[in-house]
Design a protein around this ligand. Structure first.
Ligand code: ADP
Length: 519
């Protein structure tokens, strides 16, 4: 890979980085607190996207394994301690010692994640091509903080006193929804685990996690940490395997109460269909996006270019909220494109363990080829290729950061989610026009607005039909900030208190007031 114009990888760096590659400790299914082989004894290969080589073989869960995991989670929910620890309103007594309370255990899990940040970051780097230093310093500490955030609400889950009519007193209880199936993608493996498992555990649910087949390793490692933290057996189960088999067995299971899915819109539709055709389990879906970043004439140019690059290239654009449609107002369009061309040359693609790398490899060959075919579409459709447009290097699944300008709304690259480092730049004249064009998509996950005019920022923020709006920033995620989609980007929210609510039922309890003159 050395010798590439924008790569900085050297042989010496490669040798040093090998020391960071972790020993793979967990490759079996985690069911009822034990690591076990799959029922069939089958395994599947997980691949290092830096080279295309096999890292290891992981247990391949099928329907029978999901059945075992669901049984463990059901027993843990119906008879186990987890939903009954302090913080849940399902029992009025707490027979467990203070140190077994949910808040404390989740805090301990967070500390364990922090203590193992380097190993988890390294697993996500070799399995998913994620930048090791971002993982160690941002993603993994972020996952630990997510567990702390939900630990903090675990003992504050309560209902309301209801007004009712005068003859009754009534209140609501917030109760855990039951057994949850989490089906998660490969783009943020450890963070996604925390984002789903944290609130569901805080609510008192028990669960089965099905990590993406491309990135099973960190979820299995986290399973081991849940055990060390003291989460009771059966409360968290991790079943690795293929989506159409293990994932589908979750969405169609008759004894799962909720499925929380993050992934593609196509698979989201299958999950919802399976939920409807089985036991009508609750569904929340966080799906694809084609988010606009809207840059107005009054924006500070350098900042706007940096945000556009960040929005469309961060995490090699393997992020559903990627700002892949960059609308630039006509007054600064030419200057913006010039600066973009200068700055993208400085963007460093390279091994995810290299501290200078800003972009690692795409997760797998299939995605890599799909992205390259979208790039070919862009070329054929007549957009101007400003930068990139090819694979990067000769080995692994690296792609050059690619920018198309003069993109038209009806081009495929402007309409479909590419899930790769490909930015489309589109020109606009007026605020009304850009609102209409930005909204002309089946998706509605996020949007960026870059302007110094408060009225413009407010008008656009209220007019864009998307779940998250970032004004003069991008990817401003926080544990306290819920996110999720409008339209075909899904429904239900992750993170924040909304992210907890989706794992809770509200139960109304009413009782007559016997001394009421009306009874
Ligand atoms: P992406 O486009 O991000 O790869 P997918 O929607 O294909 O997203 O995958 C996200 C998650 O959904 C993964 O864990 C995958 O295994 C799972 N999955 C894939 N197909 C199905 C299916 N038919 N039913 C349930 N889950 C599935």
């Amino acid at each position: 890979m050395s010798g590439e114009s924008n790569g900085k990888l050297t042989e010496a760096a490669t040798v040093k980085k090998m020391e960071l590659i972790p020993e793979i400790k967990f490759t079996k299914l985690f069911i009822n607190g034990q690591f076990v082989d799959s029922v069939s004894g089958k395994t599947f290969e997980t691949i290092d996207p830096r080279t295309g080589d096999v890292i290891t073989k992981v247990a391949q869960g099928i329907k029978e394994d999901i059945d075992l995991a669901v049984q463990a989670a059901r027993d843990a929910f119906d008879d186990g301690p987890w939903p009954r620890l302090s913080g849940a309103n399902v029992q009025l007594y707490n027979v467990y010692a203070d140190d077994q309370q949910r808040r404390r255990i989740l805090m301990k899990l967070a500390d364990l994640i922090d203590a193992n940040a380097e190993e988890l970051a390294a697993l996500d780097a070799i399995d998913g091509g994620k930048l090791f230093h971002d993982g160690k310093n941002i993603d993994i500490p972020g996952a630990a903080e997510t567990f702390r955030y939900y630990a903090g609400v675990a003992d504050k889950i309560h209902g309301e006193t209801l007004k009712m009519s005068r003859e009754f007193q009534a209140y609501t209880l917030r109760e855990p929804i039951g057994v949850v199936g989490h089906i998660i993608p490969w783009n943020f493996p450890t963070q996604m685990f925390a984002m789903k498992v944290g609130p569901a555990l805080a609510a008192g649910c028990t669960m089965i996690v099905k990590p993406a087949e491309q990135t099973p390793l960190s979820a299995l490692y986290c399973a081991h940490l849940t055990k060390l933290a003291g989460i009771p057996d059966g409360a968290v189960n991790v079943v690795t395997g293929y989506g159409p088999v293990a994932g589908a067995a979750i969405s169609s299971h008759m004894d799962i109460d909720k499925v929380s899915f993050t992934g593609s819109t196509e698979v989201g539709r299958l999950v919802m269909q399976a939920a409807a055709m089985s036991n009508l389990k609750q569904v929340s879906l966080e799906l694809g996006g084609k988010s606009p970043v809207i840059i107005f004439d009054d924006a500070e140019l350098d900042k706007a270019v940096d945000l556009a690059l960040l929005g469309s290239l961060y995490n090699k654009a393997k992020i559903c909220v990627a700002g892949s449609r960059v609308f630039v107002q006509e007054g600064i369009y030419v200057e913006f494109v010039k600066k973009l061309e200068e700055k993208v040359r400085l963007w460093v693609v390279g091994d995810p363990f290299d501290v200078d790398s800003q972009q690692g490899p795409q997760v797998e060959k299939k995605q890599f080829e799909k992205i390259l075919s979208y790039i070919e579409h862009g070329k054929r459709e007549g957009a101007t290729l400003l930068a990139g447009g090819k694979r990067f290097g000769q080995k692994g699944f690296y792609i050059q950061p690619t920018i198309f300008t003069d993109v038209k709304d009806d081009m495929i690259i402007a309409k479909e989610e590419i899930f790769g480092p490909v930015m489309s730049v589109l020109k606009f004249k007026t605020t009304g026009e850009v609102i209409r064009r930005a909204n002309a998509t089946k998706y509605g996950l996020a949007a960026g607005v870059i302007t110094n005019n408060l009225d413009t920022a407010n008008t656009v923020s209220r007019s864009i039909r998307a779940g998250v709006i970032w004004i003069n920033c991008y990817f401003a995620f926080d544990r306290d900030s819920p996110y999720g989609g409008y339209k075909m980007s899904g429904f239900g929210r992750d993170m924040g208190i909304d992210g907890l609510d989706k794992y809770l039922h509200a139960k109304s309890v009413a009782t007559p007031i016997y001394n009421s003159p009306w009874l």
